[in-house]
Ligand binder design. Structure first.
Ligand SMILES: Cc1ncc(COP(=O)(O)O)c(C=O)c1O
Length: 393
């Protein structure tokens, strides 16, 4: 009998929330969706003429594949890092079709089947799937909340074993919105160097900093003692997920950087997955990105500013501080389980939020809302979540 691989054997049965949502959609009842993470579907005005002009440049482009990505595009990405105050040579930049593809390439580079990578929790839920598809194990390490979210570096150190190849940090983290502190980075990179681990820094939200002038780490492209890969892409940095262009910057000790780039080139050359049109358009899209980022920032900040007023009168509920990114986390009384709460919210209140377990929060009582939501819907939806929490769930 034909057999399939175990790595594609994930349970595809819809969960309780998906079933409830499908039921609601069929019934035609309205739903306030506080989980929109796609900026192109969030009613944000895009500079469509600039985007069209950028794409028009690609008509008639000649196919000249370069496994690392066209050099002038890497120069444009380098210039984008300069905007953020980081000096990154185009030689250290490689283009990919998305951040997900960057992860897949890095797991191929660093891991043999059965090796592991350390992943933060709570965080981006795709890590486990990305790792499984490469026959790699995603081993969690915790972020802990004491007024702000910090890496639990002791627990991280305990999770390292002989099969561990890399540690992933998401900076700022999704959904907690927390950036690394300089002292955390120092300890993390010393730990990584001591154990021969690579650091993979997911910086897709790094341009979205709501913290003001605080001393936070915004990117890991500097001279760290461990081999380091910083991931970014048009998806978040320019609010253009449909373009499918990501990048990674390799840093650390020079011999390791050189060896890693040579091997990554081999991986990328096997697929040559980044389309020529998006590369031709990328420098202009990166420029248009400033305008799009501005609109996204306006949206996120409008929703963040609405929160204190919305929370008034709900002393048992709390919005956790948001340093950056596109989400906010609400801590609610643990009067009912997360699953029951989100199901009730859809069924009874017509509002959808992400339950904390979606991001592997260690405790119950957390829900996550997207700051990309239309501000009227955001106020309405958060109001309904808080009202239900007040009524016992
Ligand atoms: C932390 C994080 N990394 C990566 C991605 C995906 O990026 P891309 O669209 O470039 O694959 C997301 C998407 O939400 C994310 O939250």
């Amino acid at each position: 009998m034909t057999r399939f691989s175990t790595r594609t054997g994930r349970n595809l049965e819809p969960n309780g929330l998906a079933v409830e949502l499908a039921r609601r959609r069929v019934s035609g009842a309205p739903l306030v969706d506080l989980t929109v993470s796609n900026p192109t579907a969030a009613g944000i005005a895009y500079p469509t003429e600039r985007i069209a002009a950028a794409l028009a440049l690609t008509a008639g482009a000649v196919y000249r594949p370069d496994a690392r990505g066209l050099y002038r595009v890497r120069e444009a990405v380098s210039a984008d890092y300069a905007r953020r105050g980081a000096s990154v040579s185009p030689e250290r930049i490689m283009l990919t079709a998305s951040t997900s593809e960057s992860y897949a390439f890095l797991f191929k580079l660093l891991c043999d089947p059965g090796d592991s990578v350390l992943v933060p929790v709570p965080s981006y839920p795709l890590f486990e799937h990305l790792a499984t598809l490469e026959c790699v194990e995603a081993v969690p390490y915790p972020l802990v909340y004491h007024g702000s979210w910090r890496l639990d570096l002791e627990a991280l150190a305990r999770a390292i074993d002989a099969r561990c190849r890399a540690v992933i940090v998401v900076n700022p983290n999704n959904p907690t919105g927390s950036f690394l502190l300089p002292e955390e980075l120092e300890r993390l990179s010393a730990l990584a160097e001591r154990h021969g681990l690579a650091i993979v820094a997911d910086e897709v939200f790094a341009s979205y900093d709501w913290s003001g002038a605080r001393d936070l780490v915004h990117e890991l492209t500097g001279d760290l003692p461990a081999l380091t890969f910083c991931l970014g892409g048009l998806s978040k940095a320019a609010g253009l997920p449909q373009m499918k262009l990501g990048w990674m910057v390799t840093g650390g000790p020079a011999p390791l950087v050189e060896a890693a780039l040579r091997r990554l080139e081999l991986v990328a050359d096997t697929f040559l997955s980044v389309g020529t049109p998006v590369q031709e358009a990328a420098p202009a899209l990166l420029e248009a990105g400033a305008e799009i980022r501005g609109r996204i920032a306006e949206r996120c900040l409008a929703n963040l500013r609405a929160l204190p007023e919305l929370m008034r009168g709900h002393p048992a509920c709390e919005v956790l501080p948001v340093e950056g990114g596109w989400s906010c986390v609400l801590r609610l009384p643990r009067t009912c389980g997360d699953e029951e709460r989100v199901l009730e919210l859809v069924r009874e209140d017509g509002v959808l939020v992400h339950p904390g377990y979606f991001f592997d929060f260690a405790d119950e009582g957390y829900v996550v809302a997207s700051l990309l939501t239309n501000p009227t819907a955001f106020r309405d939806g958060i109001g309904r979540v808080l009202a239900r929490a007040g009524s016992g769930c």
